[in-house]
Design a protein around this ligand. Sequence first.
Ligand SMILES: Nc1nc2c(ncn2[C@@H]2O[C@H](COP(=O)(O)OP(=O)(O)OP(=O)(O)O)[C@@H](O)[C@H]2O)c(=O)[nH]1
Ligand SMILES: [Mg+2]
Length: 471
Amino acid sequence: MALFGITDGITRRIDGAVASVSEVFFEPVVRVGVTGLSRAGKTVFITAVVANLLARGRMPQLRAEAQGRIEAVYLQPQPDLTLPRFDYEAHLAALTGDDPRWPASTRAISELRLSFRVRPSGLLAGFGGPRVIHVDIVDYPGEWLLDLGLLEQSYEAWSEATLERLAKRAEAADYVARARAEDGALRLDEARVRDLAARFTAYLAAARDLGRVDCTPGRFLLPGDLAGSPVLTFAPLPKPATTGRGSMWREMDRRFEAYKARVVTPFFRDHFARIDRQIVLMDVLGAIHQGPRAVEDLRRTMAEVLSAFRPGRNGWLSGLFGGRRVERLLFAATKADHLHHVQHPALTAITVAMLAEAKARADFAGAKTAALSLAALRATVEDVVERDGARLPCVRGRLLASGKQAAMFPGLLPTDPARLLSPAREGAERWLDAEFGLMSFAPSRLTLKPGEGPPHIRLDRAVEFLIGDRL
Ligand SMILES: Nc1nc2c(ncn2[C@@H]2O[C@H](COP(=O)(O)OP(=O)(O)OP(=O)(O)O)[C@@H](O)[C@H]2O)c(=O)[nH]1
Ligand SMILES: [Mg+2]
């Protein structure tokens, strides 16, 4: 109890000040990771969360808010001076301007610090004034987690597995033919290596555009300031009979090892290992719309992504984590505003079923987990239309392509997830008994009342799960 008294006194004095020793000791920091594969909805999610925490009129499920204990929420300079800041203002301006747009793709790590001033609850309520809690939100591409799998592989094993996978893919035909024709025993020729890497990258880009989600190494498609450097200039090659010094295969091997040591390891050590709470966003509806193959790809890729949350799985990683682990892990199916709310439970059930295998294997190292369906920014309203005598629960919004208003009934999701997941697993080409059409909606023009954030679905529940216990 005494500790709280002291804390409160100090908190009040350094209120709004920059970090100090006392802040480190008395103002707890929660690091929340936000991840998901490309286009999963990370940027929109973070922007909407921040906007709805700064103006909390639509956050009734956030307990501290419902109890009236949140005195203030404000943005602060982030502690990590070398990470790009999450460009909240620009993304919010895009989403809520006169001509609302979805924000541009981001594809790199960024961070934002949000600070809360809250009155303590329960037994402690009578003791002293408010506390300050900092929430650091870290946005990073889920693809980077896939690279964790590379750390356990040698260049030889990775090449073999990758070439085997590529052999079955039409979009990889050019690269596979080129790689098979290459003799890795020959002396290194930089122009040839660059050509191989360029073709391999072109394959990865084509695979991504087809909706494939296993496009590793992650940085080939998201190179940032590493573009063109040797650490990103390698590709899988069959192992030749001899791999002498100075051979192409040896050099590729060296670069692959450098990628692991200089690109992958620092991300896990400096960022991933410090995350306390994590939300993983998944565009499950998008995958269902694309068909069984996309659903199966998403399921397999998520299982791989999530193995990163299993620190016990090898000694190397445990060492890196220093015994720390993620305490809470939330899986969220995004863009749920494409569905009438009567279908949300089915979407959540499919999401849970997709993750079942990964969860059974790991149980996420004791982390508390949950799943839900949400829309970070609600772009539709619900409606019911009559068709052929049936009443269909649908949604209505402004179409991205034409700007026209339209109602959409995307199809009925089965309440038994196996109806989708089994055919997907068995390699079906298309859904047998149903079609799931999706239209892309533009964000709607908003007129917000004072104290109200942009409209959403279950964003408050997501925030409550992630940080509610710390407020
Ligand atoms: N209807 C609807 N669409 C959404 C929502 N959130 C995201 N989207 C759509 O999904 C797209 C991708 O969202 P982003 O937040 O940019 O996704 P991201 O994960 O940051 O994507 P990258 O930065 O490319 O990795 C958007 O351009 C929207 O079209 C939502 O809540 N509702
Ligand atoms: Mg983004």
